[in-house]
Structures are given as C-alpha cells and as structure tokens.
Design a protein around this ligand. Structure first.
Ligand code: SIN
Length: 509
C-alpha cells in the first residue's frame, strides 16, 4: 500500500515527496502532465534570507515585510516558520539542481520586488524561476524512484470513520480507480480559473479546496484573492513579473502620467493589492489600459534579465524597449484555502494540505511577492516529516482557523433541479461581483446565483468521467463559497476591498 499520497506536482507536492524519509512509500498524482502547474509558470522568484544574507537583510526583516504586506491578517507563528526555514529549503533546492542565477562573483543574484525592504528574491533563468525549480525537482523525483502518475484527477476523498484513507480518481482512459493511503497530501495549487482574466494556467481550478470542502474540512480566508497588477492586456494575460518594476519600470496612465507616486510612498513597489486597485481605478477613470514603461531598462537588459517576458511581449508585436506596453490586473493567487497547522495538518485526520491550496496564515490578506514558492518548499518539507511520523493520533499544533465569519461553512447548496451554467458565465460574475472592488448587495446576488446553478456539490455523482465537468463543479462550488466569505467580511483588508464599507483596517504587523 502507498503510505503517503501526494496530489499535485508543483513545488509543494514535489518537496513533500522528496523530503519524505521513505520515498518508496510515496506516490504523486496529477491530473495533467507533471509540468503543468503554477510553479512551472512562476517568473519572479523565491524570496528567502540565505546564508550569508544580503546586506541589511535578516529573517526578522523578512518576517516584518511579510506581516506588513499581509495587512495585519497573518498568523505570526506561520510567518516565523516560513522565513526561518528559508535558508535550509533554498539549500535543498540547490542540492536538487535548481540553477539559481549567480552574480559575477559567484554569489546568489538577488532581485527586488514590491513591499520587500531588501533585494532578496532568488531567480533562475532570469524570469524562468518556476520552470528551473520544477524541472530540477521532477528530475530528482525520477532519480529517487518516486512514482509520479499523470492524467489522474482525484474526484473524491475516501474516509474510513473520521479519517481519510485514500482517494477515488479518474484516469485519462476514463476509468475510475481507488488508491488507499495512510496520509493524503493536497498540493493542488490555486484557482485562477475562477476568473476570466488570470495569470494562472488552465489546470488551476481549485480542485483540492473543493475536495476538502466536500469532505467537511475547515476552510478560511476564501475572500482574499490576490490580483496581480501587471499582466499583458491581451488574450492570455501573460504575466509581466513584479521584478520588472523592481528593476525600475514604472506605470503610466493613458495620458502618460506616472500616477502611483500620488497613491503610495513606495509608488510602483507598494503592496500588490494597492497597486492592482490603483491600476484598475486608473483604467476605469481614463477608459484605457494602464501601461508599463520599461524603456529605461534598455533592450539588452530586458532580454538578458527577462528572457521569457521579452519573448512573449515581442511575440505579441510589442517593442517594450521603445514603447510602454498595455497591462491589466488579473487573478493571480489565493491566500485562503484549507486551514492547516504548521505541518500541513487539516481539520480531518489523515488529510494534509500544502502550498496554495492551504491556508497556513502566512499570507494574511495579501501575499508578499515571491513568498509562494517559499511556502511550498517550507510547508511541503514540514508535511513530509509529519506524514512519515504520523502515529494515527491527530493533534494539530494550532487551533485551525475556520472561516471566522461563519464557522459552519459547508459545501451544501439547495436541493432540486437547477440550471447549469457555463464556466464563462461563472467567471464573468466572479470578476464583476467578487473582483477587485466588492459591494455587499452584489456579493449577495452573486452568491444566490451561484447557489442556483447546478452541480457545485454533486461532482462525484454527476460529472462522471468528464474531467472538465469535474473542474467546472469544483469552480462553481468555490465561487459560491468565495462570494459568501466576501459578503460576510464587511471590512476592507488587503486584497478584500469592500467599496460599500469605508472602514479599512490599518496596515500594521
Ligand atoms: C511575479 O513575478 O511578479 C510574481 C511573483 C509572485 O507572485 O510572487
């Protein structure tokens, strides 16, 4: 029997598998090709205080920046664990062969991103950090003999009494399989496909949060969805990394005005939620896209430091070395998810969650740039150790956060025949009502509409062997739960901005 079953092949899942002391007892599942993940698409890098630290940097400084960006909503214990474990996890990644970029002197090259007080972002291949990490970890897993099974979508968690004992899954041939496990680790990533405009790949359909919700796990902070301020304002919303602004690019409105100077003392390097809202406001007031002006960096630097973005921008027929390029905010990262302790334990015995699917409390109301890859590495490692020493007793180290507004949040929706929706109609309603600015009446209306559409809680029985139908059911369930969480939080905080409530919580750690 497989002792530990990991669902997902991003950094969190692969580190969970690789850090397990008995890799022969680990199996990894993923619904698509193993390289299809948010990790693979990650550009900017991974934030960490390494040894020796950058001048002026320290774990305490990284903690402080993370707490400040999180708008007062982080769990300080989780943030401390995240930042303190960083150096060891970077050493693991280097040992696994991740080709981090180096300075001429051979040290690690470090970039700056928004809301970091020090340049501490490690990167690989310029702006291909995620691909460098995923390639190295997949190769290491293959060498270690870890079974990685692609094209296998988990459709249900199997419980034996109160404990999760395995999964039901749909294979690419349309067959259903049951796989037993002593521990199931959800590492399924985010849910950018909740929105019509997203930096995420097609696979980001929130499957793990939906599985956990149906099993009755505690969820929290679903209302906090981060929008990245700078994706190309073209179909596909290709991400233009915050690292480009870290290197000096600025934002200009349709009249050429550098408007961020009047919004926040840190201008383009203000916390991500602040920049995203300001961009959206400026687009609304001018009726035209905002532009990213990277001309000062010059063609050679843009091509050398940002080869992937350079290629994408030029493939779109734009020359960003000579003209500002149109950008727009897009859904990027979910701070909320399945509540866990510091070792990935959820409220259900035998069920763990790591990476973006989890709500550890490290990101609060707004994630600090480039903390997500670090989160995957740190909490994947911690979960690996916890699963391997799991004696059957289930005692999470922390009180697990449940939705603070409604601890009884459940996955059930009204019974009876209900009309089906298209994914596009769900996404458009999410963008309009549960997007960058939210209004209580619109949130209530959206929640009701989502509840009136069929199949959010019926995935296993109704979706059959249609993978897309399972994903749609997962997204619809999550849309309803997110609209509900956003309706219930009547203060603005970080990425959750209520335009009908003026009380904004202070951004203090
Ligand atoms: C980016 O490169 O701008 C994204 C980094 C992140 O989301 O942490």
């Amino acid at each position: 029997m497989t002792r530990t079953l990991v669902v997902g092949t991003g950094i969190a899942g692969l580190i969970t598998a690789l850090a397990h002391p008995r890799p022969e007892q680990v199996m990894v599942l993923t619904k698509a090709e193993p390289a299809a993940s948010n990790t693979y698409a990650a550009q900017g890098g991974i934030a960490a205080v390494t040894e020796p630290p950058a001048p002026g940097d320290s774990v305490a400084a990284h903690v402080s920046d993370t707490l400040t960006a999180g708008a007062g909503h982080c769990d300080p214990r989780a943030v401390q664990a995240l930042c303190a474990d960083g150096a060891d996890r970077i050493a693991d990644l280097i040992a696994a062969g991740v080709p981090f970029d180096r300075t001429a002197g051979g040290g690690l090259s470090r970039g700056l991103e928004a809301a970091h007080s020090v340049a501490r972002i490690l990167h690989a291949g310029g702006d291909a950090t995620g691909a460098g990490i995923a390639d190295a970890l997949l190769a290491t897993a293959a060498r270690a003999g870890i079974e990685v099974r692609g094209h296998t979508l988990v459709t249900e968690l199997i419980a034996d009494g109160a404990r999760v004992r395995g999964v039901r899954a749909l294979t690419s041939g349309g067959g259903q399989v049951e796989i037993e496990a002593d521990a199931v680790v959800l590492a399924t990533g985010g849910a950018g496909q909740l929105y019509p405009f997203t930096s995420n790949p097609d696979v980001a359909t929130g499957d793990g949060v939906a599985l956990a919700a149906r099993a009755g796990a505690a969820l929290a902070d679903l209302e906090f969805y981060q929008f990245h301020p700078t994706t190309l304002a073209l179909p596909g919303n290709f991400l233009v990394s915050e690292a480009v602004r870290g290197e000096g690019a600025v934002l200009r409105d349709a009249h050429g005005v550098r408007f961020m100077m009047g919004v926040h003392p840190d201008a383009e390097l203000a916390p991500r939620d602040v920049v995203a809202r300001a961009v959206a406001d400026r687009m609304r007031s001018t009726g035209a896209p905002v532009r990213l002006d990277a001309i000062a960096l010059g063609a050679a630097r843009l091509a050398e430091r940002f080869p992937s973005i350079d290629a994408a921008v030029r493939a779109a027929g734009l020359d960003w070395a000579s003209e500002p390029v149109p950008i727009t905010p897009a859904a990027h990262y979910w701070m909320g998810g399945v509540s866990t302790d510091l070792a990935g334990r959820t409220s259900i015995p035998g069920l763990y969650a790591v990476g973006e699917v989890a709500r550890t409390g490290v990101h609060g109301a707004n994630r600090l740039a480039s903390n997500s890859l670090l989160e995957g590495a740190v909490f994947g490692h911690r979960a690996a150790l916890a699963t391997s020493s799991d004696s059957g007793a289930w005692a999470p180290e922390l009180d697990l956060a449940a939705d603070q507004n409604d601890p009884a949040i459940t996955a059930s929706s009204p019974a009876g025949a209900r009309p089906r929706c298209t994914r596009a109609s769900m996404q458009n309603l999410m963008w309009d009502a549960v997007g960058l600015g939210r209004d209580g009446d619109e949130l209530a209306g959206a929640e009701q509409t989502f509840a009136g559409w069929a199949d959010g809680d019926q995935a296993g029985s109704e979706a059959g062997d249609d993978l897309g139908a399972h994903e749609d059911a997962n997204l619809l369930l999550l849309a309803r739960l997110t609209a509900r969480a956003a309706r219930l939080r009547t203060t603005s905080m970080g990425a959750h901005h209520r335009i009908d409530h003026t009380r904004v919580l202070e951004r203090t750690p």
